[in-house]
Design a binder for this molecule. Structure first.
Ligand SMILES: Nc1ncnc2c1ncn2[C@@H]1O[C@H](COP(=O)(O)OP(=O)(O)OP(=O)(O)O)[C@@H](O)[C@H]1O
Length: 352
């Protein structure tokens, strides 16, 4: 099922427009992540798709047919929430079979179908248990199976991993991807965690303040951010930001003056701060002081002081002595210039 949001405006109160003019498309069979900070409008967007909210103006189309005025029951949506929302007094099997019961499917048939779904989400050995006898991850699997029991046109997942510990989180998000690919159901996955979005989504919609900042794959968002918000929100460690006035004296004549004059901030990815520049285009050589180095998983993070800015490099090896005044190269690939409105006006890898 393809879902289109067309010129959506949503006003909660007279003076509070959550969305002004929202436009986006969720293609059939895609897993799309809605990524954004708290209050950016992720759940509101999900509720609009579900039919739990009606837009003030604009249209919602399912496969080109207008469902804007349809309520949640008519839309055939499967929903999974952060807190699982299972029926506590029903067994795992009965929880999964519940939508079949509502659809008046006969008992033996609904047990069979529920068992099949339990197998899909890997809880087939837990069928007689009550939800409270399951781990958080298992409960969420049951919630996903129950949502799929409706054979939904669209599956909406609202922060489904938030209550899980880090290991379970990674395991279940891979499972969600597997289940989604097996069923082929168009899925919208709300998260404020970039690693969830980057790991499993076909496409990511970055939201902030009720506005779509950018739509793209994880790679596109990381390498070609449209604005400062996306550049800062996507990527670990965070992109280094330096006021252009501090950086300008060191820039080699690689960036056209008409661009430079409009720039207020330069963003530099950690991998673009290097001690050497072998065969790679460089935009500046800057004086710096190495403050400390930390091992961060497989990565070494070097903290560098440049004028009033603190930078992080992940391209400097651990042999470097600290508290040293040195020169570091800033490589073109991984550098971005932003104007005063935060728009990206120059990207280093497009100008090699
Ligand atoms: N019923 C409501 N009445 C008025 N404003 C609301 C209502 N529900 C949400 N909002 C506002 O809409 C905006 C978006 O909220 P929403 O819950 O969609 O954000 P979110 O991105 O899902 O945040 P979180 O990650 O914290 O759940 C917020 O500014 C919120 O205060």
């Amino acid at each position: 099922m393809q879902v289109k949001l067309q010129d959506i405006k949503l006003t909660y109160e007279k003076h509070h427009n959550i969305f002004e003019r929202l436009n986006c498309t969720f293609n059939d069979g895609e897993l799309v992540a809605l990524l954004g900070p708290s209050g950016s409008g992720k759940t509101t967007m999900l509720n609009l798709i579900a039919g739990l909210l009606t837009p003030t103006t604009g249209k919602i189309l399912f496969n080109e047919s207008d469902v804007t005025k349809q309520d949640v029951r008519a839309r055939n949506i499967g929903m999974v929430f952060q807190d699982y929302a299972l029926y506590p007094h029903l067994s795992v099997l009965d929880n999964i079979a519940f939508p079949f019961k509502m659809a008046h499917v006969k008992k033996s048939a609904r047990r069979k179908q529920a068992q099949k779904l339990a197998k899909l989400v890997h809880v087939e050995t837990q069928l007689a248990k009550l939800p409270r006898e399951l781990s958080g991850g298992q409960q969420q699997r049951v919630a996903i199976a129950r949502a799929l029991a409706k054979d939904p046109a669209i599956l909406l997942l609202d922060e489904p991993l938030s209550n899980l510990d880090a290991t379970l989180r990674i395991e279940l998000r891979d499972e969600i991807r597997r289940i989604q690919q097996t069923t082929g159901v168009t899925t919208v996955f709300v998260t404020h965690d970039q690693s969830d979005a980057l790991q499993i989504a076909d496409k990511i919609i970055v939201l902030a303040n009720g506005q779509i900042q950018q739509i793209g794959t994880g790679t596109e968002l990381y390498h070609h951010p449209h604005n400062l918000f996306v550049a800062q929100f996507v990527g670990t460690p965070k992109i280094n930001l330096i006021p252009i006035a501090e950086f300008k004296p060191y820039i080699t004549p690689t960036i056209p003056d008409d661009i430079l004059v409009k720039a207020t901030t330069i963003g530099i990815r950690s991998e673009a701060v290097s001690l050497n520049s072998i065969e790679q285009p460089v935009i500046a050589k800057i004086p710096a002081i190495i403050e400390k180095q930390n091992q961060f998983g497989r990565e070494i993070r070097t903290h560098i002081c440049f004028q009033t800015s603190q930078l992080i490099s992940t391209a400097i090896s651990e042999t470097t002595a600290s508290s040293q005044a040195i020169s570091v190269y800033v490589l073109a690939k991984g550098c971005y210039l932003f104007n005063r409105d935060g728009e990206c006006i120059w990207a280093g890898d497009e100008h090699d």
